[in-house]
Design a protein around this ligand. Structure first.
Ligand code: KG4
Ligand code: ZN
Length: 364
């Protein structure tokens, strides 16, 4: 069995995993930095690289221990080399290069976004129902909002992307503005279930140029206006105070300081984002000849409203989501994306540099 150890450190998770023969997850370790960044309402790059430095050795050791393997049992080391935060990428990539050199095994360079897509491909294979290609992939996370065509030969074409904020970033910014902690997606998802998504009509202007591109910054401004016009200062202060007292409030604790109109605001905001994502995915599917499935991946793929809407509206196309553990950043997805490269002998030189703005593919 070919075994690849993969390392992911592009943002605020230090992760290592060992996967055998494309689908056998032998170990997976994720050290989250949420407790470090939470109080700042977002990821602080300097703190992130410091935390990666602290975590990288124990996380890789733990991945080897969980799998009961040693370096000499491995066939390759894979690492994310972009896109992401420069200082964060550097820690994982440098460690991977040194480890590959010391163990005398090849290095495989993986694009983080390709990893998110392969998380879904791996799990579908595990279930014995492989993703039919060509597929349309909607990658939605804190840093990315992209629509890709995933071709049979393993290549990609970018059909759309965000011009400003990523979808997850919109969730995080609106949550921060309303006094909820970071990350904002999960708490908005839970509170939205208690609000009326039809209460407030937000509109997103049609894109000039590529109609499949996204823009979420106007929506964020519209939410800000609504908050100002409705004088939410007191309840926002109450939520910030709750977060000071308790870094991880329960649903009931959040609901106690979130009146019905704010629950409606949150549900309406979420519905607008979800409609935009699913609407664009459906429009993009028309542009891919022979499209056989829809992949939705990245942290925002955890969103329950998005899951519901994508499944309900993608008529005729099977829709594949990753399980929650493989939706947010992890190293199993990096190993999964590395396997086709391993089979093709596509190895990276030890001079490989981190590329914070790495693209997966251009517009066709
Ligand atoms: O993939 P990920 O872990 O990191 C990046 O590559 O960015 O995604 C993190 C993002 C955050 O913006 C977070 O708010 C969002 O995913 N997220 C969600 C949910 N769970 C996580 N957004 C909406 N609904 C959720 N349930
Ligand atoms: Zn990610």
């Amino acid at each position: 069995m070919a075994r690849i150890l993969a390392i992911e450190s592009s943002c605020d998770e230090t992760a290592a995993a060992i996967v055998g023969d494309e689908t056998h997850v032998l170990s997976s370790v994720v050290a989250s930095q949420l407790s470090v960044h939470g109080k700042y309402g977002g990821v602080v790059p300097e703190l992130a690289s410091r935390e990666h430095l602290r975590a990288i050795v124990p996380v890789v050791d733990e991945a080897l221990a969980q799998a009961a393997l040693r370096w000499r049992d491995l066939d390759a080391v894979a690492a994310t080399y972009g896109p992401g935060l420069a200082g964060s990428l550097l820690v994982g990539l440098t460690y991977a290069k040194a480890a590959a050199f010391a163990a005398g095994i090849p290095l495989i360079a993986v694009n983080h976004i390709e990893g998110h897509i392969h998380a879904v491909i791996l799990e579908a294979r595990q279930r014995g129902e492989p993703v039919a290609l060509p597929a349309l992939a909607l990658v939605v996370s804190g840093g990315h909002t992209h629509l890709f065509e995933v071709r049979r030969d393993g290549s990609y074409a970018r059909l759309g992307r965000t011009r400003d904020d990523a979808a997850g970033e919109a969730f995080d910014k609106v949550a921060k503005l309303l006094g909820f902690g970071y990350p904002g997606g999960p708490v908005i998802d839970r509170i939205a279930r208690h609000g009326n998504p039809e209460a407030i009509r937000f509109t997103i202007a049609k894109m000039k140029g590529n109609a499949l591109d996204f823009s979420f910054s106007g929506l964020k401004t519209a939410v800000l206006r609504w908050v100002e016009n409705n004088h939410l200062d007191a309840e926002i202060a109450a939520r910030r105070e709750l977060l000071q007292r308790n870094p991880a409030p329960s649903n009931d604790e959040w609901l106690e300081v979130t009146p019905p109109r704010t629950r409606d605001l949150i549900a309406s905001f979420q519905r607008t984002v979800v409609n935009e994502l699913v609407g664009h995915a459906i429009a993009a599917a028309d542009q891919v000849e022979g499209v056989s499935s829809l992949i939705v991946s990245g942290g925002v793929a955890c969103n329950s409203a998005l899951r519901g809407a994508a499944t309900a509206r993608a008529i005729g196309l099977p829709v594949h989501f990753p399980s929650p553990g493989l939706s947010t950043d992890n190293a199993v997805m990096i190993a999964a994306a590395a396997f086709p490269k391993f089979r093709r002998g596509e190895f990276a030189p030890l001079t490989l540099a981190a590329e914070p703005n790495l693209q997966l593919a251009g517009h066709p």
